[in-house]
Each structure stands twice: as C-alpha cells, then as structure tokens.
Write a protein that binds this ligand. Sequence first.
Ligand code: ADP
Ligand code: MG
Length: 762
Amino acid sequence: MLELKNINKSYKTGDFVQQALKDVSIKFRKNEFVAILGASGSGKTTLLNIIGGLDKYDSGDLIIDSESTKKFKREQWDSYRNNCIGFIFQSYNLIPHISILDNTMMGMTLSGVSYKKRVSRAREVLKKVGLLEHAHKRPNELSGGQMQRVAIARALVNDPDIILADEPTGALDTKTSVQIMDLIKEISKDKLVIMVTHNPDLARTYATRIIEFQDGVKLSDSNPISELDNAQDKLEIRKTSMSFVTALKLSFNNIKTKKGRTLLTAFASSIGIIGIALILALSNGFKIEVDEFERNSLSQAPIIISSQAMNMSEDLISNIQGDGNLEEYTSKKEVYVTDDIVDTMLHTNVISSEYLDYLEGLDKTLLAGVSYVSATGINVINDGVNGKTLVDTSMWQLLPTNPNEGEDGIIANNYDVLAGKINEDEPGIILLVDRMNRIYKSTLNSLGLSGEKVSFDDILNAKFKVILNDSYYVKYGSAFIPSQDLDSLYDNSSIVLPVQAIVRSKEDKEVISGGSGIIYTNELTELIVSNNKDSEIVKAQRESDYNVLTNKAFDNDSMSTNTKEIMLSYLGDQSVPQVIYLYPKDFDSKESVTSFLDKYNKGKSEKDVVEYTDMAEMISSLSGNIMDAITVVLIAFSSISLVVSSIMIAIITYISVLERTKEIGILRALGARKKDIKRVFNAETFLIGLTSGFLGIGIAYLLTIPVNIIIENLSGLANVSKLNIVHALILVLINVVLTILGGYIPAGIASKKDPVVALRTE
Ligand code: ADP
Ligand code: MG
C-alpha cells in the first residue's frame, strides 16, 4: 500500500547542503505500528513529512497504491494529506482561536462534509479520546495530554488509513505519555501507524516493527516485508475544498481574539469613508435644499422667447477661445477672418404668425401669466411738481396677463398689493417697491414727485397722460421728429393713465419679481398698438423710402438716444411681438411648456427654429454644476485617505500572515489547498473591510447630527446633511473591495508558504 523507493532529500542553507535522507527504501503493511527510532537530526521528521506528502523528495519515488507519485499534482497531494493521512505532532499544533470541536472537525470541514455530519463524527472521535465534555473549550484551556488527545481525535476524524505521529509524547510527562501511547496502540489495530521517537523503550513496548535511522540512513528494520508479502490494499483519495464560510469562520474567530487591534484598524481605515460619506451627505442635502428653493422661487421664472436669442453654440465658444488650427501670437504676416460675433452669438427667432398660432395650442392651465412685448414706443407726459415732463418709459415693464384668472395667477402669486387695486382690463401703471419699500430717485422723478419719503396717496394721485404717435411726431422736412411742446400735448390728450396700485414682491419670490420700478398693464399696449395701426405717420412711412427717412431722422442731433430707440422700434413690424414671456404655473408645468415649445422645432431647419431661454433652468443648472464640481474635488481629496487605508490593510494583513504562519502549516498538513489559505486571509480582509465600512458609515451618520446643528446656526437651514442609503451601501462596497485588494498580496504570500517551514515556526 505504501512504499519508499531510494528516497533522497537534502536541504540547502546558503552554500551548505544537509543531506537529511540518503537512499531510503521502506515498504509498509496496511496494518502495523512502526516506530522510527533515531537520534535528533537523523532525518525522522523529514521521512514522516515525505510520507505525509507535506514535503517533496528530491529523487527516488513514493509509491501509493502501487502508483508512482512522481507526477502527482498539487491538488492530489492536498487530497492525499486530507483523507489518507492523519498527522499527530509533538507540539499538538492546534489552532488556538477556535474550539476543540472546530479543531477536531477541521479536516472534514476542508473536505466539504456537511455541518451535521461533521459535528456528529467529531463528537464520536472526541468521545473515543475521552474529551467530549471539553468540546467547546479553547485549546489553551486544556492540559498538554488533553491537547494531544485532541490532536489524535483530529487525525482520526477523516478515518485515514495512515497515522503519522512525530514524537507524540515528547512534551508529556511519563504518566500522560503512557495514556497517549495506549490510545495510539488502540488506533494501530486497524491502521498503519508510523511513529517517530528517540525513546527506544517506548518503541520496544508499543511498536510491532522498529526501523532505526542514523544521519539520514536506514540502519536496521526489525520486521521488513519480503518481496512475496504483497498486500494490495486501496487508498482512496477524495478531493478537498474549503468553503468561504469556513474561511470566514476561521478569520472571524481569529479577529475576535484581537478585538482591540481590529477595531483600531477598522476605525483608521474608515476615516476615508467617513470623509466621503459626510461630503456626499452634505452635497446631497444641499442639492435637495437648493432644488426646493429653486422649485419655490424659480417656478414662475419666465420662459423667454425673444426675436433675438442668445446662442451659446460651439461656434461662439471657438470664436472667443480661439481656433485650434491657428497659432497664438504668430509671427506670420497674415490676418484671419472669422464669422461676425453677432452671427455666432445671436439666433434670430422668426416669431411668425404660424408660431403664434402654434402657441395658441398651448394648454393655458399650465401658465400663470403670459405677456407679449411689441415694438412700440409709449409716449407719456407727467404733470408733477416740475410741470409737464416727458417720462422715460424705456425701463417700464409689462404686467403679464393672467390667462386663467384666479388664485394662482401670476400677480396674486408674486405680489402683495400694498395700496390701490390692479385692474388688468384698463390702461394703467403700477408701482413696484422693493422689500424695504424703496424706489429709485429716477422712478420717483418720472412720477413727477420729489423728496426722501413719499406717501402712498401722493403716488396714487400722480397724473399721467398718454400721447399717441400721430400727435407726438411732427413732420420735419421729409422725416418725423417728436414735438417739443409738452404742455399742449398734455392738454390735448384725452388718455389719462392712472397709478392703479403700489405692489411689493412676495418674500420668497424676489428672484423673479424683485426689484422696483413701474409696471404697465397689457391694455396700455393694446391701446397704443390699435391706435398706431391706422396712424398717419405709419402710412407716411410706408409710402416713403425707409432709408431716407431713418437717416434723416437720426442725423438730427436734438433727438435723444431714447427717442431714436423708440423710433427704431416704431419703424419695425408691429404686427408680431418682439418678445413673449411665458410664466409657468409651477415646476412641472414648466417641463410641459418647454417640451411643447421643443416640439415645434422638431424637424425644422436651423433658421426656422425658435429658441427660447429658460431662466429657471439656466440658474439651476449653473448652481448644480458648481455644486457637482465642489463635490468631486472634495471626494477626490478624501479618496486619498481610502488609498492610504488600503495600504495600511495590506501591512496589517501581512503582519497577520506572519502571526498565523503556524496555522497555515497546520491547515496545509490537514489538506488545505493554497487556494484555501488565500481564502482565509481574503476572508479576514473582507471582515475588516465590512467592519470599517459600516463603522465609517455609522460614524458619518452620527456626525451629521452636530454638522446639521452647526449649519443651522450658521445659515438657518435645518437638516441639510442627509446621508443617502444607496450612497452609504456603495461606500461600504467600495471599502470592502479596496481592503480585499490591499490584503490580496499578503494573502498570496501566505498561500505560498512551505508547509514544512510553516510548521517549524514557533
Ligand atoms: P529529526 O526529526 O530526526 O530530528 P529532521 O528530519 O528534522 O531530524 O532533520 C534532519 C536534518 O535535516 C537535520 O540536520 C536538520 O537540521 C535538517 N533539516 C531539516 N529540515 C530542514 C530545513 N527545512 N532546512 C534546512 N535543514 C533542515
Ligand atoms: Mg524531528
């Protein structure tokens, strides 16, 4: 069944070669008690290790089941050790951090036997060695003799055919030695027991065969096998494999024995996680806060459709930033031509009647307000403290109309009416004051008032009249210029423009409707546009030459810039609006409105596309981008500590590998594969990674409480820092992956350890 054929083994230490076994040939019977007798250093342990497949012979052959082992693969040796061999060592070699029961079961655990079977079999062998009641103790709670019994139980658990015992009583007193020897003798009844000893008495008392060694050479054999004596007994080799759960259990128990260190390690490596989690919690919370703020304050910011839309195209950016094909500060004697900035920056929207018809199809319930700004001049004269004065209307704003009257209209939603009453159906103006009831001096002057402080009544009593173009412009050669006689213009006009109300922007709506100034009702526009339609001056303009008219008019230095603008816009086509403001009812309506507008552009050529400006979107995407950028930078900084902690884990795992060298040897002797050893250490880093991940998240979660208190004190915002559960779990996962990566190389080192060397370490 087992045969050594001309085995040679030598160890090299530097230049020195120690021949541990010299041409050793022995045949063993299936069932005998062999004592290997020899002085210390004679090669007994080496012989045992080679028989047990723990060490490799240099030359010769080990025959198992009449099969040469010269071509045995690693896995075959592992399996052979696991289920054909039971090792008993002089120093017991129990794994200190797991129970007696777990120690006993380990060989079966490695060969993948079910838990129930394992336990019942382990209890069976523990009972046999008389230690059943100690099953749940740790090895260090037992005496030397008891520990050796456990080692014997462990050797027997897989019911191997061969038991190899290396000076099993070497560390025991005489009385205990006798008990252990009796136990081994008992075992040898149906197994091959090969026991190494340097005690001839012991050998003679118990063994059925004594083989003597000296300096690696077999000296004598008391009961050799003749060539004829040829028992053919099968050794069955089953495969071994350790499950990850076993690896976890081993590592978990090992970690438990050094709680303090593990906790410190986990804490140190969780600092990166804490940092990132806090940053994510903060940016997440701020995003929610900003979103909410924007939803509230920007929900009714208008979507602006202007005849000239800003176009932030790539063309524009390349125009500003420069062209990759051109050299900066070149010495070439050439000048390069690019598209006009106006062409690249402005998109001319053709607000055609077709487009206006399309807009009619927009669901009006989505809108809180709408205003159409037409290119028409508003001529207003005021009768105030300084007499009749022409009012600068260029800064006046149009009051949006309310397509669906009621509570949530644009006006009710955005303004508090402080005095008077808004009447949208009449031409009129409204004074908007800021949050401290302030207005500009120029606004006050245009109301015909002066002073530091004015009463609401004085404002509501201010007098204005509208002057239609036909009265305002007088013929000057072939062009038209404004009349300068304000008194008679005022007196002759019948259109009184009352100050209807004084309003103030609501507290949370300042972003869109804030500021101060004069607002006019849509009815005023209607009035002017309808009157100007049939005006004399328009007819005259249509009939005359456009260029001559404008050039002449603009050559006149007496005309103010404002008048020129009014003239210009007046000369434009008044039948379509220049700017359309759509005020969505809320955030969701805004989405519907913009998608409605986008639908119009689908399939249209570039020049027919009508572009719009979504103010709310512009503001929120800007703030969103800034926040994302800050978050990324902060996370990048914290990630450094994650990398540092991975390196730390690598070092700690390496230390653990050094500490657990003996355990590696034991596991290998019991048949663990290299893979299994790697698994044990990966399981350890997995556990540390998991612990530090959850610890980090837990600490970060606790830290959000004081962080929130500080932020609330500084900014008045409550509960800003919010840790997202998905972020938290992803961080734990990243931490686990990083720690496993950190421990990967040390785990590889562990798995490559020579089992013989590993077992020799103390
Ligand atoms: P025994 O068990 O009979 O005391 P060993 O088999 O342990 O003897 O050792 C036989 C010889 O081989 C000794 O001289 C020992 O120093 C040497 N030896 C054993 N293992 C190694 C090793 N791993 N490296 C170097 N020398 C070794
Ligand atoms: Mg020895």
